[in-house]
Design a protein around this ligand. Structure first.
Ligand code: MRU
Length: 358
């Protein structure tokens, strides 16, 4: 008999907190060390957060939105702490907003594809400007930014639970689901998007099994999705990416559920490299292909997916020991055309790709 769903076993992925002296710091799971070790890192240094984003210690679009915002809050916390003025008067230094702009740009540019990163950074930047208009002192401003990140963490979980509730309605009892990459709790503050639907449906007894693509080259499926499904007691079978076609042909997939890093206004959706191929396979086999993401992943400035910037990563992720004369192409994402997407699930409901409400 299968074990009951156990979400209590899933740790929170990212959390802004205060150290013993009241200074803000970001606690995050170093996902490079999973599945072997569940290790939490803690830092009060915004540049270290940028490093964690670039190295994929923290990854997944919604989680990137929160840590991007947290990096800005950490920077502001240090400025606020270091600027007492003569006579006990606290003022925002004249250089504050120029420096804020530089910091915000550096954080937002740490990775290009997931629009959530810039979304989180700009949300904090806008708030800082609004608060300064109200003549906030640096310390008060830093505290407000800290509180905003805490609100974003809570919002993220609520949004994911809403995605889960909407998406679970799409699944029939006994569903066998294929997923690609990790759009789970580890890619968010908590609960996950595509796996949020799995968790909501599993709580209703609808999930028979999740098939996790290993997701070359970094192995988010093998290392992260398999790990978190195992922790939550969701039956999971790991497959190599090149097995998805055979699995579908054998009749063992009822639905595909994936996350997204950026969705254009027409519903074209960027997600981890290989997602597009899975969508083509799903269409060929008549299997519904669902994309789950918060509205913060929608980029209304892009009419279609052709303008989505695709991150290219270090060739060493594909070929650890170089071979003379061999070049490596290592795009981290691809764009699935809206025409291959059955429905997009957001916190607002279930939408045809071309009729997104955001
Ligand atoms: O390179 P990554 O690991 O950040 O890529 C992550 C993905 O593609 C996820 O599917 C997406 O961000 C959704 S996470 C809820």
């Amino acid at each position: 008999m299968s074990q009951p769903l156990c979400l209590e076993n899933l740790p929170r992925t990212v959390e802004l907190e205060r150290d013993g002296d009241g200074r803000p710091r970001l606690a995050y799971i170093d996902q490079r060390r999973l599945p072997g070790e569940l290790a939490f890192e803690r830092t009060g240094d915004w540049r270290a957060v940028v490093g964690a984003v670039k190295s994929l210690a923290v990854r997944g679009a919604p989680a990137l939105g929160i840590v991007g915002a947290a990096a800005v809050a950490l920077w502001a916390g240090n400025v606020g702490a270091g600027s007492p003025t003569a006579g006990g008067c606290w003022e925002i230094p004249p250089s504050f907003f120029a420096e804020l702009g530089r910091v915000a740009d550096e954080v937002a540019d740490a990775r290009p594809t997931a629009v959530n990163l810039a979304w989180g950074v700009r949300r904090l930047e806008r708030l800082a400007h609004a608060l300064a208009g109200g003549a906030a002192a640096p310390r008060a401003l830093a505290d407000e930014l800290y509180d905003e990140v805490k609100r974003m963490e809570a919002e993220d979980e609520a949004v994911n639970r809403a995605i889960g509730a909407h998406g679970a309605k799409l699944l029939a009892p006994g569903s066998r689901i294929l997923t690609h990459c990790n759009a789970g709790s580890l890619g968010t503050a908590f609960f996950g998007t595509a796996l949020g639907i799995v968790y909501a449906a599993a709580a209703q007894g609808k999930v028979e099994r999740v098939y996790a693509d290993e997701t070359r080259p970094v192995g988010q499926g093998a290392r992260l999705t398999a790990w978190e499904l195992s922790r939550a007691n969701v039956p999971c079978t790991l497959i190599c990416d090149n097995m998805a076609a055979s699995l579908m042909a054998s009749g063992r997939v009822d639905a595909v559920l994936v996350g997204a890093d950026r969705i254009a206004a027409n519903g074209d959706a960027a997600n981890k490299i290989g997602t597009y191929g899975v969508a083509v396979l799903a269409r060929h086999h008549g299997i519904p292909f669902y994309v789950a993401a918060p509205t913060s992943t929608i980029d209304p400035t892009l009419p279609d997916g052709s303008g989505i910037p695709i991150e290219e990563r270090d060739p060493a992720e594909v070929l650890p020991a170089p071979i003379p004369g061999v070049e490596v192409w290592n795009p981290a994402f691809d764009v699935t055309p809206a025409s291959l997407i059955t429905r997009i699930v957001t916190e607002r409901g279930v939408f045809e790709p071309g009729k997104l409400v955001y």
